[in-house]
Ligand binder design. Structure first.
Ligand SMILES: Nc1ncnc2c1ncn2[C@@H]1O[C@H](COP(=O)(O)OP(=O)(O)OP(=O)(O)O)[C@@H](O)[C@H]1O
Ligand SMILES: [Mg+2]
Length: 236
C-alpha cells in the first residue's frame, strides 16, 4: 500500500489532559478509512492534530512523506489535505458559488480553478440548484454537502471528513454517501470520522476504532462485526 498519511505514536494533550495516546493510523492511496468511536473518544482531536490546530507532544505525522508536525494549518492545506470539520464550516454570508470558489484561492496552483469547481458540483449536483443562495438559506444537509464541496475545491490529495452524515435524514445519507464515493473515484483518499457504526459507508476500505484516545481495533470493516469487545464499545 502506498501510504498517503501516517500517524505514528501520536500523543496529544489539551491543557493537562492526555486526549490522544499513541495513535497509529495509516491511509493509503484511494482508500476510504473510517475512524469510529463514541462521543468524546478523540476523533475530532485526531483530525485537528493532522491539520496542525493541535501540536502533538509526541509522535510523527507524515503526509506524502513530509513530516507535518509543527507546520501551520494553511501550509498543511496547501500540501493537499482538505478538511470538512464537524458541523459544516461554510461562510454563511457568501453564496454557494462564492463558498466553493473561495477554496480555489486558498490553495492556488494545481488544477485550474474551473476544473476543481466543476468536480465539486459533479460530486454534489444538488448544489447547482442553489448557486446564488447564501449559506444561511440552506438546510443542514445542504450545508454539509457545501462544506465537503468546499474542501474538494481545494483540489486535495486527501480529505478529512468529520461526521459527514451527522444530523442528516436517512433519505439524504445515500446522496452524501454517493458523493463521497465519487471523490475516491477521482483518485483522492479519505479519512472519515464517524460515531455511528451504522453510518459507515459500504465502500470503506479499512476501519479504526478509537476509545478514550486509543486505537482499540484496526482492520477490515467486515471484521469489526465479529469482535464482541469492540462492538460493546461502539454499540453495534
Ligand atoms: N478544547 C478542549 N478543551 C478541553 N477538552 C477538550 C477540548 N476539545 C476536546 N476535548 C476533550 O477531548 C476529548 C475528545 O474530544 P473529541 O472532540 O476529539 O471527541 P470526538 O470523538 O470527536 O467526539 P464527538 O463524537 O462527540 O464529536 C473529549 O473528552 C473532550 O471533552
Ligand atoms: Mg467530533
Amino acid at each position: 500500500m502506498v501510504s498517503v498519511l501516517r500517524l505514528e505514536g501520536v500523543d496529544v494533550y489539551i491543557q493537562a489532559s492526555e486526549i490522544l495516546r499513541g495513535i497509529c493510523l495509516e491511509v493509503g492511496e484511494r482508500e476510504v478509512v473510517c475512524l469510529v468511536g463514541r462521543n468524546g473518544a478523540g476523533k475530532t482531536t485526531t483530525l485537528r492534530a493532522i491539520m496542525g490546530y493541535l501540536r502533538p507532544r509526541a509522535g510523527r505525522i507524515t503526509f506524502l512523506g513530509h513530516d507535518i508536525v509543527g507546520r501551520r494549518t494553511h501550509q498543511i492545506a496547501r500540501l493537499g489535505i482538505g478538511y470538512a470539520p464537524e458541523g459544516s464550516a461554510i461562510f454563511p454570508d457568501l453564496t454557494v458559488a462564492e463558498n466553493v470558489e473561495i477554496s480555489t484561492w486558498t490553495r492556488p496552483g494545481g488544477r485550474p480553478g474551473r476544473e476543481r469547481i466543476e468536480q465539486a458540483y459533479a460530486t454534489f449536483p444538488q448544489l447547482r440548484r442553489y448557486l446564488q443562495r447564501k449559506g444561511t438559506q440552506m438546510s443542514g444537509g445542504e450545508r454539509k454537502m457545501l462544506s465537503i464541496a468546499r474542501a474538494l475545491a481545494l483540489d486535495p490529495t486527501m480529505l478529512l471528513l468529520d461526521e459527514p452524515f451527522e444530523g442528516l435524514s436517512p433519505a439524504i445519507i445515500p446522496e452524501v454517501s454517493r458523493g463521497v464515493a465519487a471523490i475516491t473515484e477521482q483518485g483522492q483518499s479519505i479519512l472519515l470520522a464517524e460515531s455511528n457504526i451504522h453510518h459507515l459507508p459500504p465502500f470503506a476500505t479499512r476501519l479504526y476504532v478509537i476509545e478514550r484516545g486509543e486505537i482499540v481495533f484496526a482492520g477490515h470493516p467486515a471484521d469489526v462485526w465479529r469482535d464482541a469487545a469492540v462492538l460493546r464499545i461502539i454499540g453495534g
